[in-house]
Design a protein around this ligand. Structure first.
Ligand code: C2E
Ligand code: CA
Ligand code: CA
Ligand code: CA
Length: 276
């Protein structure tokens, strides 16, 4: 019977494409990495463009395998999303970000906020708000110190329930940023209906600044944010020219290699001691 089963398993795996097998292997390895606490967060500063003052940081998920291979989040997060694993991972990200906030507590100026990415499946979970509330209480983090970064795709097909959820989260005091703005499908009316606090301008648009092919989208998004009274944060700011240009157009905050790369917890604390 053993041999028979093995025969069947072999046939089955042969039917799967190489890519599918790779994904299954990667997901299995991600699951064990998560439960063995081998995922960690990197923290990237967010600064006020005009003054250089550090206003916050974004928590970014990192995975280095036992073999020392770095797997980019763009590769493993979609897998975690489809398998439901992103729900416990997302809660862990929030907890770890809160812990980091507490560790910075004595050093940082008030008003420092931690930006945490929230995936679609995680946000749609009926328990999401109670989880958020529970974690903030547990770590005694003020809701004002947390900003959730959601992507436009979160609202597709769920406009009303998404807007209601966002409203409830903001009533708690937690703010909401729309991530990668301009890369998705959302129309201007969606933007108004969602009722958010901040727009994050995608790196793709920021990197066009100063180039001959500049489409001017970064400027448009900044103007839109101002028009709607939203905060604006440009991501992927790498050059002084980009910083100056964004600032002159009225963009508030920026994040990118020009100011600081994402750093592991201990290095970020050192960075904050020197720059915060
Ligand atoms: P994102 O939210 O748009 O994060 C910004 C990405 O830009 C990060 O990539 C960051 O390392 C990178 N970056 C920042 N400054 C610069 C710069 O000046 N130049 C360049 N070239 N890149 C810069 P990363 O860390 O690889 O993350 C990729 C994406 O994975 C994130 O994009 C986000 O969508 C997702 N992600 C990361 N952590 C989490 C998480 O905890 N939960 C969820 N749901 N998604 C996450
Ligand atoms: Ca983000
Ligand atoms: Ca982004
Ligand atoms: Ca992006």
């Amino acid at each position: 019977a053993k041999r028979l089963n093995r025969g069947r398993a072999t046939l089955f795996t042969e039917d799967l494409s190489l890519a599918a097998r790779d994904r299954i292997r990667l997901l299995t390895s991600l699951r064990s990495a998560f439960y063995a606490e081998r995922l960690h967060l990197a923290f990237q500063p967010q600064v006020e463009l005009e003054t250089g003052r550090v206003v916050g940081a974004e928590a970014l998920l990192r995975w280095t395998t036992k073999e020392g291979q770095v797997i980019p989040p763009e590769r493993f997060i979609p897998l975690a999303e489809h398998s439901g694993l992103m729900i416990p991972i997302g809660e862990w990200v929030l907890r770890t970000a809160c812990l980091q906030l507490k560790r910075l507590d004595d050093r940082k100026q008030s008003g420092f906020r931690m930006a945490v990415n929230v995936s679609q499946t995680q946000f749609r979970e009926p328990d999401f708000i109670s989880m958020l509330d529970r974690v903030l209480r547990e770590y005694q983090v003020a809701p004002e110190q947390i900003e959730l970064e959601l992507t436009e795709s979160i609202a597709i097909g769920h406009m009303e329930s998404t807007a209601a959820k966002i409203a409830e989260i903001r009533r708690m005091g937690v703010s909401i940023a729309l991530d990668d703005f301009g890369t998705g499908y959302s129309s201007l009316s969606v933007l108004k209906q969602l009722g958010i606090d901040r727009l994050k301008i995608d790196r793709a648009f920021v990197q066009e600044i100063g180039r001959p092919n500049d489409s001017g989208i970064a400027d448009l998004v900044v103007a839109l944010g101002r028009q709607l009274n939203l905060g604006t944060t440009a991501e992927g700011v790498e050059t002084e020219e980009q910083r100056r240009c964004l600032m002159e157009h009225g963009c508030q905050d920026g994040q990118g290699y020009l100011f600081g790369r994402p750093l592991p917890s201990a290095d970020f604390e050192t960075w904050m001691a020197d720059n915060g």
